[in-house]
Design a protein around this ligand. Sequence first.
Ligand code: GDP
Length: 529
Amino acid sequence: MSPAEFAREIEKRRTFAIISHPDAGKTTLTEKLLLFGGAIQLAGTVKSRKAARYATSDWMELEKQRGISVTSSVMQFPYKNSIINLLDTPGHADFSEDTYRTLTAVDSALMVIDSAKGVEERTIKLMEVCRLRNTPILTFINKLDREGRDPIELLDEIEQVLQIRCAPVTWPIGMGKRFKGIFHLNRNSIHLFSPTHGGKVKSGEQIQGLDNPRLDELLDGQAEELREEIELVKGASHPFDKEAFLGGEQTPVFFGSAMNNFGVEELLDVYEDYAPPPQARETVTRRVAPEEPKFSGFVFKIQANMDPQHRDRIAFLRVCSGSYQKGMKLRHVRLGREVQIANALTFMAGEREQAETACPGDIIGLHNHGTIQIGDTFTQGEDLQFTGIPHFAPELFRRVRLKDPLRMKALLKGLQQLSEEGATQLFRPLVGNDLILGAVGVLQFDVVAHRLKHEYGVDCGYENVQVVTARWVSCDDPKRLEEFRTKAAAQLALDGAGDLTYLAPTRVNLDLTMERWPEVTFHAIREHA
Ligand code: GDP
């Protein structure tokens, strides 16, 4: 690839994730995006995996069909002149850690809002995460085919609650039974809604100009209503400002109905025109620009046993600079070792394929035999460490109780692997032989028990344990740290990565300990260094 070709490839990439509260329409919208990208055959698979979220047992059944879940964790598809990398995030709040880390691997996010419900609790949380890196956000207000709230009121709510300015790009013409289509403020054109769109990529009539008499013919009185409303909207809202959008201060807003495949194309067009291509990324030492010729990337997710036949574990790596070429040697920075990557996977149109090349913004899957952890950096020689890939202190803890003591080795192996994957966090107290699991959501414990049984042949149960939160500890003074290690041994553990962790029996205890040991830092978030 010549430098000019390489620059063009980068410029084409759009890497993003959809954030929403459950039920707002993320799955439906994902399907429609794939439909527009020509990956129609996949539409069904996205749908089938979602029942998932509500009942644990369903979720597990579906997760067992690992082939499906891996292909839809990352979906790459072409759209017009772009190559889109859409990263899936688990819907259930109990897996939010995974979602947070996935959001570190995107350049923008698409926020889906249910027009009847407005801004919901999980959207607020996810927006907070996006804000940490000022990720540009596009907004899709969904379900306009149903009666919902007043669009102006919805924009107000987004501005107030999420603290981001709204720039409507499309505007709905009526809603529910009176939903007639959308007006495109930038193009000054109307796209009429025809509910017959169904699963096909087919547009309703397009009318140019708000003054067009054809509008009165088709919309009757609603045409005049629309003209007045648009007048008002133009006066009251912000015009789209690309700089503000790229800085995460303003969000372009689209209206539509994912189920009816309506308003989705307008959204994708703006993705192509305005959404950012792969951005520079921070490392401990310097910023890495995508157009740098040497390869670099970081692992943001690990998924184990996707193919039970092969017991493989895939590490998902976001390419940050340079390009991946099949068979290339990469430096595994944390281990300080060169490794040959012969069979990385790409996720073109949802199929697992062997990657010949991959560019910045793309995700590749590395086969992991236990040496790769979330947060690991791979480069072509330089000792870089990308920052901002967090582990959060868990808030829920259980002691693992093994039913058959002879299975101890298998249990340890399983827990070690599942904690590398981020499915749970494993803590081994310095004193005694307990194995303590930490989680952010309670469903994680059930999933771990289920997977231990089915993937590692280990039956285990859980007991309550007196731990309310964990803090990773560090101290610049090694002597003082050693003292702390001795004095507080009963409360200390090593986590899955071997880092020292304080397991606090109560909040008060944590506060007191922190006061007593001012030289020791207690971290609620851990990043690999
Ligand atoms: P997710 O939980 O965010 O992935 O939401 P889904 O895509 O599964 O959608 C939740 C429910 O809303 C499903 O029953 C969808 O059929 C429905 N839905 C999605 N989009 C629309 C829409 O545009 N209009 C209507 N009326 N229902 C929709």
